[in-house]
Design a protein around this ligand. Structure first.
Ligand code: NAI
Length: 234
């Protein structure tokens, strides 16, 4: 059964792996992108999630091309790391505006169609850092922790409409960002991960595929860690 899927920030990294995985599962998959060319085989819709009008226009395009969004993956996110004492208010609020309010904007727009259809899946990509905390990342951690309260509240609002809302909390994942860290820092990080390695984007994508699928129909308001054990205990 093919559903209409939208993955924000799906043109690279974790978002692209999720988009490809859901495409392989047989869904029609759209991804938001901001510049350059969208990835082959996926419907690319231009959208900056900090702009409500752009979010609305992107959803209209997806609705025209593949129908109302039935599975939303709010993956787009940014980090602007700095110690609190040195962090500008702009660096705090812009990270919140993208990671948390951006997810609010797309979820709000998506539930319209989902409520009408009385079915839907919303999956928010948080981070292990949201629950564990991380020095130099008060903005990022606050935004990612905020997604947990957001998802649990929305799960309560929408449960009776057969719409599930869940959070995936990745740990350190093999991406350009983690590959660029110095060897010594990488070794230190891996030492703290019970499984002793980074995760892959595919491992996040498979978890999202599960949550988006029929087998996860009775899971809502959950926070699923995919972090090699790094954040366990929360
Ligand atoms: P990335 O930087 O490769 O991709 C982020 C995507 O979000 C890009 O496509 C970017 O264009 C998009 N994006 C950023 N701001 C946007 C905006 N205002 N409007 C629309 N799109 C926007 O990052 P990565 O590593 O693939 O991360 C994806 C998600 O997973 C993020 O939410 C990140 O916080 C989270 N995450 C990543 C981890 C990692 O180890 N890479 C660990 C835990 C969470």
């Amino acid at each position: 059964m093919s559903r209409s899927v939208l993955v924000t920030g799906g043109s690279r990294g974790i978002g692209l792996a999720i988009a490809r995985e859901l495409k392989e599962a047989g869904d029609d998959v759209a991804v938001t992108y901001r510049s350059g060319e969208p990835p082959e085989g996926l419907l690319g819709v231009r959208c900056d999630i900090t702009d409500t009008d752009q979010v609305d226009a992107a959803f209209k395009q997806v609705e025209e091309e593949q129908g109302a969004v039935e599975v939303l993956v709010a993956n787009a996110g940014i980090a602007k790391d700095q110690l609190l004492a040195l962090m500008s208010e702009e660096d705090f609020s812009s990270v919140l505006d993208t990671n948390l309010t951006g997810s609010f904007r797309v979820a709000k727009r998506a539930v319209r169609g989902m409520m009408r259809k009385r079915t839907g899946r919303i999956i928010l990509i948080s981070s292990v850092v949201g629950l564990l905390g991380s020095g130099g990342q008060v903005n990022y951690a606050a935004s990612k922790a905020g997604l947990v309260g957001f998802a649990r509240s929305l799960a309560r609002e929408l449960g009776s409409r057969n719409i599930t809302v869940n959070v995936v909390a990745p740990g350190f994942i093999e991406t350009d960002m983690t590959a660029e860290l110095p060897e010594a820092r990488q070794a230190e990080i891996k030492k703290n991960v019970p499984l002793g390695r980074y995760g892959s984007t595919t491992e996040i994508a498979k978890t999202v595929r599960f949550l988006a699928g029929e087998d996860a129909a009775y899971i809502t308001g959950a926070v699923i860690p995919v972090d090699g054990g790094l954040g366990m205990g929360h």
